[in-house]
Design a protein around this ligand. Structure first.
Ligand code: SAM
Ligand code: DTB
Ligand code: SF4
Length: 344
């Protein structure tokens, strides 16, 4: 294989840069140890190597979603055993955020099972954002497609990050989702970027896509201009009743490669080891950290599915000498994490 000129690939200026799929595939195809070495080297050049950012998720409106995302237990089209729930109250959200903060999270992400918010849906979310921010937490929301003006409202309420995933490469997209277009997602990401919020955007692997298609997802993410500040990489959580249940699971080392390639091509982004950590096990997660993952969803639950217990994550981080990223006002949080405080 011809040597890959990393300087050329990861040049951050001038923008825009275009990374082609062949370049990404060439990284995927490197000998595993060589890929890990490159990813770890780039990680160390850009981040404190043992620091991990902790985000806690809360589903503020669960189930009954009109969309047909083939991986998602919250779609009304599938019988995946998720009970529909009306939107939580601001008080309920604040209580969960206080617990998350006491447990050591620095960011709180509120998710809703919507195609996108109507104005009557957005108004209470704005109150939630303000209240969570007042606790000294970074705020994130994932509410689906945003219409003109909605990103500005969220930004003005104090939302720091908006999560909206591309999910996969355009070539595979229609096999997973038919009720919204890839371009709809790109338009929402533009609105988020233009509002001045930070962009959180990633995808899912293990949906039956080819390696080239995984490379296509990473190329899409890396070619966003600028790349997302936060890149969640989800390993499909297979939920019975969803169309993707029964998909051949991805080789876990291929998941690690995906993290490493994301780290190399988005050197300054937080790469989040996201859904599917339970299935990966601790050894593979350790390899993911070595490959440059520096953020996790932290807390016993994702939106509707299980995440590793917070206590197990604290223990794993301690065994790997990883420590939580703090924000300026989060010094007590880190102490809580070390001592395992679990109540507000
Ligand atoms: N409804 C909004 C939307 O789709 O944008 C926000 C919530 S949605 C659950 C957020 C993301 O969660 C999806 O884009 C997908 O990447 C991820 N996700 C959902 N179900 C998943 C699963 N079973 N396994 C892995 N990731 C999943
Ligand atoms: C993301 O990329 N992963 C999170 C968050 N952004 C919203 C969601 C994972 C959901 C996993 C399935 C569930 O728990 O329902
Ligand atoms: Fe709805 Fe989001 Fe689930 Fe798609 S991923 S079905 S839009 S909740």
């Amino acid at each position: 294989m011809s040597p890959i000129d990393l300087k050329e690939i990861v040049a951050t200026k001038p923008r825009p840069r275009q990374i082609n799929i062949e370049t990404v595939e060439a990284l995927f195809a490197l000998p595993f140890s060589d890929l890990m070495h490159r990813a770890q080297t780039i990680h160390r050049e850009n981040f404190a190597p043992n620091e991990v950012q902790l985000s806690t998720l809360l589903s503020i409106k669960t189930g009954g979603c009109p969309e047909d995302c083939g991986y998602c237990p919250q779609s009304a089209r599938y019988n995946a055993g998720v009970d529909n729930q009306a939107m939580l109250s601001v008080d309920e959200v604040v209580a969960a955020a206080k617990t998350a903060k006491a447990n050591g999270a620095t960011r709180f992400c509120m998710g809703a099972a919507w195609r996108g918010p109507k104005q009557k849906d957005l108004d209470p979310v704005l109150d939630m954002v303000k209240a969570v921010r007042d606790l000294g937490l970074e705020t994130c929301a994932t509410l689906g497609l945003l219409k003109e003006g909605q990103a500005e409202q969220l930004k003005n309420a104090g939302l720091d990050y908006y999560n909206h995933n591309l999910d996969t490469t355009p070539e595979f997209y229609n096999e997973v989702i038919t009720t919204r277009e890839y371009q709809d997602r790109l338009d929402t990401l533009d609105r988020v970027r233009d509002s001045g919020m930070h962009v959180c955007c990633g995808g899912i692997v293990g949906m039956g896509e080819t390696r080239r298609q995984r490379a296509g997802l990473i190329a899409q993410l890396a070619n966003l201009n600028p790349p997302p500040e936060s890149v969640p990489i989800n390993n499909l959580v297979q939920v019975e009743g969803t169309p993707l249940h029964g998909t051949e699971p991805l080789d876990p080392f291929e998941f690690v490669r995906t993290i490493a390639v994301a780290r190399i091509l988005m050197p300054k982004s937080y790469v989040r080891l996201s859904a599917g950590r339970q299935e990966l096990g601790e050894g593979i997660q350790a390899l993911c950290f070595l490959a440059g993952a520096n953020s996790i969803f932290y807390g016993d639950k994702l939106l509707t599915t299980d995440n590793p217990e917070a206590e197990a994550d604290r223990a794993l981080m301690a065994r790997l000498d990883l420590y939580p990223k703090q924000t300026a006002n989060e010094v007590t949080t880190s102490n809580n994490l070390r001592h395992g405080t679990s109540s507000s």
